[in-house]
Ligand binder design. Structure first.
Ligand code: ATP
Length: 308
């Protein structure tokens, strides 16, 4: 069994003058859930489409369970449940008819009892005609379509788009259950809370380049954090400012606020020389870290959503 579900190296893609991907490198191990986080236009959809050979990259290499999608797109598609950002559905068909059609494309290997279970859990009436469906219901059809064949790899482009919070939670449960059944999941999102909830690792894309790839917890740990130190009496803080990574943000009588980049060890040892009465730390949220990648270069503020 291949241990890597996805290996992407140096992927580039331009649409005319728009350089959508500028060298994307990415690895997803078999069995993990990886969140692909980035604002509108960062290159998430383009990357996912290249994985399925729906779009040809200009350069770079892709392996999906060891298979090159350009050499054998059918073999790759057989491994994948794909939820596109916008699934075009025939308006006059019912959900059941459409799902039967997708099932036939998969050689009728879909367990229909599982389709009914998925529809029931998502509160989707399979007899509804597409043209009479809300946006959320159409999204549910797309989710069922991606999951129904229990594929080894799920490629989900904004899976909870248009769903209400209860249904979002149900989709998270379904994704976790797919993983428990052995699937690998790679999903794009611009909802940070969503990525924090279900992803074991996160890849952050910015202007067509992956700028970070780590566990959400590790991202929070390597980031800058703030410390508020209350001393028993006003103190001379200059020696603290000399500790590598430490910046004094403010001093108000005996309370000093410092910023620490990286490990805390140096600061903790320096503080041992002082009469400390209290210490409070503030960790940045994943959202603050995400924003910091964009603020650094003065990009437009990314459009991100909080889960409602
Ligand atoms: P979103 O969150 O809005 O879906 P995304 O991260 O998925 O964004 P992409 O859809 O991959 O981003 O788009 C990356 C860049 O490529 C954007 O600047 C977009 O406008 C551009 N782009 C995407 N598809 C096309 C196309 N068919 N023709 C021209 N430009 C395109």
């Amino acid at each position: 069994m291949e241990t890597m579900a996805l290996v992407v190296e140096g992927l580039t893609k331009s649409y005319g003058d728009v350089r959508a991907l500028r060298g994307v490198d990415l690895e997803v191990r078999a069995g993990e859930i990886v969140g692909f986080l980035g604002p509108n236009g960062a290159g998430k959809t383009t990357t996912i489409r290249c994985l399925l050979d729906l779009i040809r990259p200009d350069s770079g290499s892709i392996r999906v369970f060891g298979i090159d999608p350009q050499a054998d797109p059918v073999a790759v598609c057989q491994q994948v449940g794909y939820l596109p950002g916008e699934l075009a559905l025939e308006p006059n068909q019912t959900a059941a008819e459409i799902l039967r059609y997708f099932s036939r494309l998969r050689g009728n290997r879909v367990d229909w009892a599982f389709v009914r279970t998925l529809a029931h859990r998502l509160e989707l009436d399979l007899n509804l005609t597409i043209k009479n469906m809300s946006k959320g219901n159409k999204q549910k059809v797309a989710v069922v379509q991606a999951l129904m064949a229990r594929p080894p790899l799920l490629l989900l482009d904004e899976p909870t788009s248009g769903l209400d919070p209860l249904m979002q939670q149900e989709v998270y449960r379904l994704i976790k259950e797919a993983q428990a059944g052995g699937a690998t999941v790679f999903f794009s999102s611009h909802i940070i809370a969503e990525v924090e909830t279900i992803a074991e690792r996160v890849a952050i894309i910015r202007q067509g380049v992956i700028v970070e790839e780590a566990e959400p917890e590790a991202l929070v740990n390597i980031a800058v954090r703030r410390l508020r130190v209350r001393f028993q009496e006003p103190v001379e803080v200059q020696p603290l400012a000399a500790v590598p990574g430490v910046t004094i943000l403010s001093q108000d009588d005996s309370v000093v606020t410092v910023q620490v980049a990286g490990e805390m060890d140096g600061l903790v040892k320096a503080l041992a020389a002082y009469p400390v009465s209290d210490l409070e730390t503030e960790r940045p949220s994943l959202e603050e870290i995400f924003l910091s990648y964009y603020e650094a270069t003065g990009d437009e503020q990314p459009q991100i959503e909080e889960a409602v």
